[in-house]
Structures are given as C-alpha cells and as structure tokens.
Write a new protein. Structure first.
Length: 343
C-alpha cells in the first residue's frame, strides 16, 4: 500500500443477481452502499455523504469523477460504454468528505447479460444516496437521457449537471433549454459547467457540500477510492485497449487480471515492484489479431502505456505481461459475466 495514494483494500464483492428489466431491478434491489460506520470519532461540523453520478454513456461522468476527486481513478475513452463498474471516489476538504459514485452509462440498445449487469449497477447507485448528479451535454436531451432520468426518484435532491458547456457556441440557447429541463424533472439546482474547468469543479464541490448530512467521515482523509490496486490495473489495461483500437474493437471486450504479486523494495529508498499478468478477452479471432497488431506492436504499446500510467498512479515499479484469448458470446452468458467480475 502506498502512503501517497492510500488506495483502500478491495471492497468490490457484491452478490450478483440477474434481473430481467428495470422494474424488477428497482423492486428487488435494496443494497446498502454505505460503510458500516465512521472510521474516526465524530467531530462537530463534519459532513459526509454519498453522491451518485449518473447519465447516459459518454457524457463525461468519469472525467467529472476524476476532476472532483483530484486524481484519475476512473478510466476514460471516447468510446461509449467504457465504465462498467460502480467506482467510488473520495475527496476530503475542510470539514467535508464527498463520497462520489460513478456509474456505467445506462444501456438501452443491447439486452445482453453484460448490459443487464451494468444497468443493475446504475439502479443500485441511485437507491441509497444523499445527492444525485444527473449529467447531460449542455443544450442536449436525447431519448437515452430520458431513460436515465426516469430512474431517478423524487425524494433525493438532484442537480442537473449541464456538462461540456465549452462546446455550446450560443450561450443564449441555454436559458430556454434549462426551462425545458425543469419541466421534465424537479431538479434542485442547475449547474452549467465543464468538467475540465477547475473553477467549475470547485464551484460544484461548494454546491454539493450543503446537501450532505452532518456526520463523521466514513474514510480516512487521504483515501481516494475503495477499489483495489488489482482492480485499477484491470481498468487501466481496458482503457488503453479501447483508446488504441478505437471503434474497431467491440465494447464487449474485457480484461482479467490473472496474477497480481507485490514485491517489497530490495533496498531502502527503492520502490516496490508489482508483477501483473493480464488476459484481454475478445469475441472473435479477428478481434484477437486486431489487439495484437502487426508483429505484436499494438499489444506492446497497450502494455507500455498501462505500465507508465500504473507506475504514476500507484507510485511503484510495474512489470506487466499480457495475452489475448477468444471467448465467443461471453457477454450473453450470465454466469460468465459474473465470473469476469461484473455484479
């Protein structure tokens, strides 16, 4: 465990079920996402609470989470449906501890076992939180946005995060759009912003703070995420995989960590070494060749970029090996979806 990153031990294990539609998920899911209790003695004036970040695929939820936490803990890609797990990120400033929950984009196109699992994660994230950040692209509202909005209850304060404001050329169009959005849902506040703007992020944190209850923090002040280093390694491989293959590779490709061994520093002042073995799972032989690339150049680059990012994130030395295997139809197989670590 590094002292600089303080990435907590794995808290990922949750019971997997297989609901067939959104209504069944809402009716049957009562998972309590809150920790069992505070880690420290309550201090007067402290605030702490859960904030869910929800929206359709590819609206910038993971970029927003990373900006709010102040550290990259959720992978990003121009490819839709990159995020597949509930990612919890913590940010503690002054007396307030923000516990953000990033979610997969709600899937409306394919009804396979993988997408049902992803949707279950989204529904679970909005079931027991103190505040919801509903993220849309500023000036836009699509049927996919509406499907996510329909999941949100009326009793939890919800902020409309009009993200990517920097892409709106005519700011005068935003006011009527906001009025139209208010007619769709009783949003508590509107927050037009860009997740890449530091001042906007600071403003959003100030807004979120007032919705969190006064209670002791759940995590130590320097913790950033409840996900394990092993999980982060898997996610980083998957990010580089999608970034370097673009739209060529189906989003159903996934990554399994076969080995994750830690070796202590050999000498004082040296960094620890992580030895990682990862398998990239694809659907077809053609996809395998695509990932490997000409003379193995693409998979070498995936490995190199993953190593560099992990060494920066985890403050250690990394040795990583990767293989590619074909598992046709895995995304339609509920048992295999669960075996690959999806809830």
């Amino acid at each position: 465990m590094t002292t600089t990153q303080k990435i907590a031990k794995d808290a990922d294990n949750t019971e997997a079920t297989g609901p067939t539609d959104v209504e069944a998920m809402l009716a049957g899911l009562h998972r309590n996402m809150r920790p069992a209790g505070p880690v420290e003695t309550p201090v007067a004036g402290q605030r702490c609470g859960l904030i869910a970040i929800v929206g359709k695929p590819n609206v910038g939820k993971s970029t927003l989470l990373n900006a709010l936490v102040g550290q990259k803990i959720s992978i990003t890609s121009r490819k839709a449906q990159t995020t597949r797990h509930r990612i919890t990120g913590m940010h503690t400033v002054g007396p307030t501890q923000f516990v953000f929950v990033d979610t997969p984009g709600f899937q409306t196109i394919h009804g396979n076992a993988l997408n049902k699992s992803l949707n279950k994660t989204v529904v679970g994230a909005v079931a027991d939180v103190d505040l919801i950040l509903f993220v849309v692209e500023a000036g836009s509202f699509t049927p996919a946005d509406a499907r996510v909005l329909a999941l949100l209850g009326k009793n939890i304060p919800t902020l409309l995060i009009a993200n990517k404001l920097d892409n709106v050329h005519r700011r005068g169009d935003i006011a009527p759009w906001l009025q139209d959005m208010q007619a769709k849902h009783a949003f508590t506040e509107f927050v037009p912003m860009s997740a890449k703007n530091a001042k906007d992020i600071e403003r959003l944190l100030d807004i979120c703070a007032k919705y969190l209850p006064e209670q002791a923090w759940w995590y130590a002040a320097d913790e950033l995420t409840d996900r394990s280093e092993r999980f982060m390694a898997s996610e980083m491989v998957r990010e580089k995989l999608f970034r370097l293959t673009g739209d060529e590779l189906p989003y159903t490709s996934t990554v399994i960590i076969d080995k994750f061994d830690e070796e202590p520093p050999a000498k004082k002042g040296q960094k620890r070494l992580l030895r990682i073995a990862a398998t990239i799972v694809v659907e077809r032989d053609g996809h395998k060749a695509m990932v490997i690339g000409d003379k193995g150049e693409r998979i070498k680059r995936i490995g190199m970029e993953t190593r560099v990012e992990l060494e920066k994130l985890l403050d250690c030395k990394v040795f990583i090996e990767m293989w590619v295997k074909v598992r046709s139809g895995w995304a339609d197989d509920e048992a295999r979806v669960r075996s690959f670590g999806y809830e």
